[in-house]
Design a protein around this ligand. Structure first.
Ligand SMILES: Cc1cc2nc3c(=O)[nH]c(=O)nc-3n(C[C@H](O)[C@H](O)[C@H](O)COP(=O)(O)OP(=O)(O)OC[C@H]3O[C@@H](n4cnc5c(N)ncnc54)[C@H](O)[C@@H]3O)c2cc1C
Length: 369
């Protein structure tokens, strides 16, 4: 792998992949490297393959893509071919809601809700496949960036504390190295974006740092449950299902939703998402199963699945979704320092999550000359 690029993008989630693909469509000879902490493409919309049991593969981050009624033409032009080829499917009918009386109903929403097939990480892969000169888009996975410097009009990015990469332009698709959580998550003594500039040198960067520090993130904990009994799973008539919990249940138990995903051998993974604003508590799995079985007592198949389920893993998403202080889009690009920012931490009025992540990437590409 070479060490010099026109663009280095930190991250390989939805905003980074949208940016890389559109940049490649606009300037097909520009060399791009996406530097990603994780093992796979997708960021928070990624997919996990179990290391213990290779058959098991499931979406353990964002489970589906919500798009508002006013979705932009630019996003439509990215997703329409995927919808046509059934790589993105509308799952509105596969979403139910359960209330505190244990009654299941169809989930009602103003959003179009899509799921990428076969898994959520395929969404990012397909976005990259839409580029016109894919040879120019490179990836470096399991690569953490803790240091960025601007020297002689070039960006120097240190990856995994050793390899040095250089680029003319730098894009941060995540707020991580600009947000105070970086100190704990990446165990840094200061913020890498702050270290790159003395205060006052770049007013866009100063504003990004100031505003980003105010963002609070919704935390999510996911519990990965496994049902190996094929006989039990056979009675479940859905290949995929989401069950949302009513607001009363969310408030009392922090349960947000359940995702049921049938595996290729006929077994089932059930993912329980819980949400928190403050610290994530430890909850005993037996208590969780007890709550689930009593909530679903009226529905034999769900009751049976939870009775047979065992916990195989759990994971904390300490910054799963920003909830306030979104950054104004005017702060997306500093032409003096050739640094840009995109992701769901930017304010695009009517939308959130994936839609704002994509809108910010689309806008950023348009800002470049
Ligand atoms: C469990 C879960 C449930 C969710 N549910 C919803 C929902 O219901 N509705 C909704 O709107 N949104 C939801 N979200 C949020 C949604 O997934 C995100 O808004 C969207 O995926 C953001 O994409 P992005 O490209 O902006 O950021 P990301 O996907 O976070 O991409 C940024 C990437 O940068 C990488 N990175 C960061 N710093 C570094 C570094 N220093 N070095 C190398 N790599 C780095 C990260 O590993 C990451 O892959 C959920 C997220 C999770 C995890």
């Amino acid at each position: 792998m070479k060490n010099n690029y026109d663009f280095i993008i930190i991250g390989a989630g939805i905003s980074a992949c949208t940016f890389a693909s559109l940049l490649n469509k606009r300037f097909s000879d520009v060399s791009i490297l996406l530097v990603e902490h994780g093992r796979r493409i997708g960021g928070r919309a990624t997919t996990r393959r179990s290391r213990k049991n290779k058959i098991l593969e499931f979406d353990h981050g964002l489970p589906s893509i919500n798009l508002s009624q006013d979705v932009s033409k630019d996003i439509l032009s990215i997703i329409s071919p995927l919808i046509k080829s059934k790589k993105l499917v509308d799952i509105s009918k596969d979403i139910l809601i359960i209330n505190e009386l244990g009654v299941l109903k169809n989930g009602f929403t103003n959003y179009k809700i899509y799921r990428s097939l076969p898994f959520m990480s395929n969404f990012c892969k397909e976005i990259i496949n839409q580029s016109i000169n894919p040879k120019k888009i490179n990836f470096s996975f399991q690569s953490v960036t803790k240091s960025i410097k601007r020297i002689n009009n070039l960006w120097e990015i240190k990856v995994n504390n050793e390899r040095l990469m250089k680029s003319s332009n730098l894009i941060l698709s995540s707020s991580l190295i600009a947000h105070p959580r970086c100190l704990e998550i990446l165990e840094t003594n200061s913020l890498p974006l702050r270290d790159a500039f003395t205060p006052g040198k770049d007013i866009v960067v100063d504003s990004v740092l100031r505003e980003t520090s105010k963002i609070t993130y919704k935390k999510r904990k996911i519990y990965i449950l496994y049902v190996s009994s094929l006989l039990t799973v056979q009675n479940f008539k859905h290949k995929y299902l989401q069950v949302l919990f009513s607001s009363v249940i969310r408030e009392n138990l922090n349960f947000e939703r359940l995702i049921f995903q049938i595996q290729s051998d006929g077994s089932m993974i059930i993912i329980l998402h819980c949400t928190y604003i403050n610290t994530i508590p430890e909850i005993n799995i037996d208590n969780i199963i007890k709550s689930l079985t009593s909530l679903f007592i009226k529905y034999r198949i769900f009751f049976d699945l939870f009775s047979k389920a065992r916990l195989i893993n759990q994971m904390d998403w300490r910054a799963s979704q920003p909830i306030n202080h979104f950054l104004p889009k005017e702060l997306q690009w500093s032409s003096s320092s050739k640094i840009g920012f995109c992701g769901d931490w930017f304010d695009f009025n009517c939308c959130e999550g994936v839609e704002s992540a994509m809108n910010s990437a689309i806008r950023l590409v348009k800002l470049l000359n």
